[in-house]
Design a protein around this ligand. Structure first.
Ligand SMILES: Nc1ncnc2c1ncn2[C@@H]1O[C@H](COP(=O)(O)OP(=O)(O)OP(=O)(O)O)[C@@H](O)[C@H]1O
Ligand SMILES: [Mg+2]
Length: 267
């Protein structure tokens, strides 16, 4: 699932932008449906890029392209080793929470005791202390999401593709995990592509917010966020970025999370 396509190092390249993810003019079609149309998007090393867009605008498709799970019909995709936290968690029902979170470490050959110890610590950090031995069916949607999130982090990839990672969480848990993710990224920086329906979440967490049009997904706006993290949702720039992203979504003919189709609505 993870391919290492990092550019070979040929001595220092002054001025190189160190893009760890680069999509150039990417188009992806499924039969008659064009999901993405000419999308160019870059993420520099350790940059957090949020992608927002209406339902069906190709966000999940974009992440799968970056992770090498799909190939573009036109254009090119280049990325360092990337791991996907899918929109629908793919936890293994026969393992408990701890076993699911520890899985990537076990697959990397880490011993069982050490893998479980690290997973245990991470599950505690995401607020799941006491649920380590719970089976997947005993966990709520938000708990499953946090187990999947821990599992994604433990995969240790330089690029994280997170597909609505906090969508099933209540507002308080979500805000807690925003703070916690910010700490984790300060401690061990990663390049992150964060797909979300929540423009406020995008403005709180990302260095740059990329807005897609409704299907077919095209980049209609890119908004930089300069305020250093952690940033409160009430910070002036967060409020302004949120408003600009919503404007761009509306101008593109979509509604945040809305189901309106891209139609031939002229002017
Ligand atoms: N495997 C597939 N086969 C056929 N069509 C697909 C496939 N995957 C995606 N599509 C279509 O491509 C378009 C984009 O889908 P995608 O899942 O990327 O959207 P999305 O932006 O992630 O939507 P949502 O916000 O609802 O998760 C949709 O019209 C979808 O029906
Ligand atoms: Mg999706």
């Amino acid at each position: 699932m993870a391919t290492d396509l990092e550019a070979p190092v040929e001595g220092p390249r002054p001025g190189a932008d160190e893009a760890e993810v680069e999509l150039l003019g990417v188009t992806r079609t499924f039969g008659p449906v064009t999901a993405l149309d000419g999308v160019t998007l870059r993420a520099a090393r350790h940059e957090v890029v949020a992608v927002v867009g209406a339902s069906g605008s190709g966000k999940s498709t974009l992440l799968e392209l970056v992770c090498g799970l799909q190939a573009p019909d036109a254009g090119s995709v280049r990325a360092a080793r990337a791991v996907l936290m899918p929109q629908r968690d793919q936890l293994l029902p026969w393992l408990d929470a701890l076993g699911n979170a520890a899985l990537p470490l076990r697959l990397q050959g880490v011993g069982k005791a050490q893998a479980r110890e690290r997973a245990h610590a991470l599950l505690r950090e995401v607020g799941l202390a006491g649920f380590e031995r719970a089976k997947v069916y005993e966990l709520s949607g938000g708990m499953r999401q946090r187990v999947a999130f821990a599992r994604t982090l433990l995969a240790g990839a330089p690029v994280l593709c997170l597909d609505e990672p906090f969508g099933a969480l209540d507002a308080i848990t979500r805000a807690e995990l925003h703070g916690w993710l910010t700490e984790v990224l300060a401690r061990e920086p990663r390049t992150v592509l964060l797909v979300t329906h929540d423009v406020e979440e995008a403005a709180v967490l990302a260095d740059r917010v990329v807005v897609l049009s409704p299907r077919p997904g095209r980049v209609v706006a890119e908004i930089a966020v300069e305020t250093p993290r952690p940033r409160p949702a009430t910070a002036d720039e967060v409020v302004a970025v949120r408003a600009r992203a919503l404007e761009a979504l509306a101008a593109a003919g979509g509604e945040a999370g809305g189901a309106r189709e891209a139609g031939g609505e002229p002017g």
